[in-house]
Design a protein around this ligand. Structure first.
Ligand code: KDG
Length: 337
């Protein structure tokens, strides 16, 4: 069991129940989620000792978040209380060829107003082996930009393994703002979740030759990423081919020591909820790295974890290591290649 810290916002998620547009709905279903909270829950369900650092309001929604974290055995010692409100997001679930839509209502949330002085990073990082944060956190406010950089620097000073998922959200900031910030963060990152679009549109890399196979393009982007930031030791991403709102294929990619490892292609025939699939994958990669899994096993595990997440409602991956391994081994996600 390793001590892990994640830092980020958790929100109330309100989703439409049927194939309605939000403005038509007269009932909404409640869940709670946020990228780094999702990773925390996943790693905790994999048996690690996870601390989620965030801030929630002192009201019934804050109580609900705290109880959920505790129910998933995530430590809440650094879940600060106060501020105005819990951020909310509304989710219209995609149907057929129509993709899902997210509407944020998170301005002035308790977390986005968090100030650096409210956190004692020396205390938070005591005995920690892994720190994870994503691009959503620095997108939320100037304070959180500073805190994310400070936390990554501090974690590195203390010899903690650091993980950063680009998680670019166009509704939160422009590509240019994201680029300026993320380029400052990457020198302090060991493990990075970065897709092809992140490489081109956030890091400004020249597009790979169109005629190359997709995995060759990825090798090109990842080799460049490591040339730019030699501190990055592990990179992960998925190829998703969305066939319809209820079916997609998923293949995981993992790059380390100059080699690209790819999982089999899972076809997920009955998608219940895609949200959090990327966080489930990132948590799977982190689990594999902490366990020193051989790279082929690691990428099979992370991809199976993500595929499995698509079969449950809500943002969290709630499966245990054994369940993920069984799913990966028996191809319950239907391995198509
Ligand atoms: O990766 C899933 C997240 O996008 C979801 O949980 C909500 O954190 C969230 C966000 O800011 O969009």
């Amino acid at each position: 069991m390793k001590k892990i810290v994640t830092l980020g916002e958790i929100m109330l998620r309100l989703s439409v129940n049927n194939s309605e547009k939000l403005f038509q709905a007269d009932q909404l279903t409640m869940h709670y989620g946020g990228a780094e909270a999702n990773v925390a829950v996943s790693l905790s369900n994999f048996g690690h000792d996870v601390y989620f650092v965030s801030k929630i309001p002192e009201n019934p929604l804050g109580i609900a978040v705290e109880r959920q974290m505790k129910a998933n055995s995530v430590h809440t010692d650094y879940l600060m209380k106060g501020g105005e409100r819990l951020g909310t997001y509304y989710l219209e679930i995609g149907v057929g060829q129509r993709s899902s839509q997210v509407t944020y209502d998170r301005k002035y949330s308790s977390f986005s107003m968090l100030r650096t002085e409210e956190i004692n990073l020396d205390e938070v990082f005591s005995g920690v082996e892994l720190f994870h944060v994503s691009g959503i956190t620095p997108a939320l406010s100037q304070n959180l930009k500073e805190l994310t950089l400070l936390a990554l620097k501090k974690a590195k000073e203390k010899g903690i393994l650091t993980s950063f998922d680009f998680n670019y959200r166009a509704k939160l900031w422009s590509q240019q703002e994201a680029a300026e910030t993320i380029k400052e963060l990457l020198p302090f990152v060991d493990i990075c979740s970065c897709g092809e679009l992140d490489a081109v549109y956030i890091l400004g890399m020249d597009q790979a030759d169109h005629s190359l196979p997709r995995e060759e393009k990825l090798r090109y982007y990842y080799s460049k990423l490591i040339e730019m930031y030699p501190n990055i030791r592990y990179i992960g991403s998925t190829f998703r081919n969305i066939i319809s709102a209820s079916t997609n294929t998923l293949q995981g990619n993992y790059f380390t020591e100059g080699e690209l490892y790819q999982s089999k292609v899972f076809q997920i025939d009955h998608i219940v909820d895609r949200v959090g699939g990327g966080d489930a994958f990132a948590a799977g990669i982190l689990y594999g790295i902490l366990e020193n899994m051989p790279s082929e096993e690691l990428i099979a595990f992370a991809t199976a974890a993500s595929a499995l997440k698509h079969t449950v409602h809500g943002d969290y991956n709630v499966f245990s290591v054994d369940e993920v391994v069984t799913f990966a081994n028996n191809g319950a996600g239907k391995i198509v290649r």
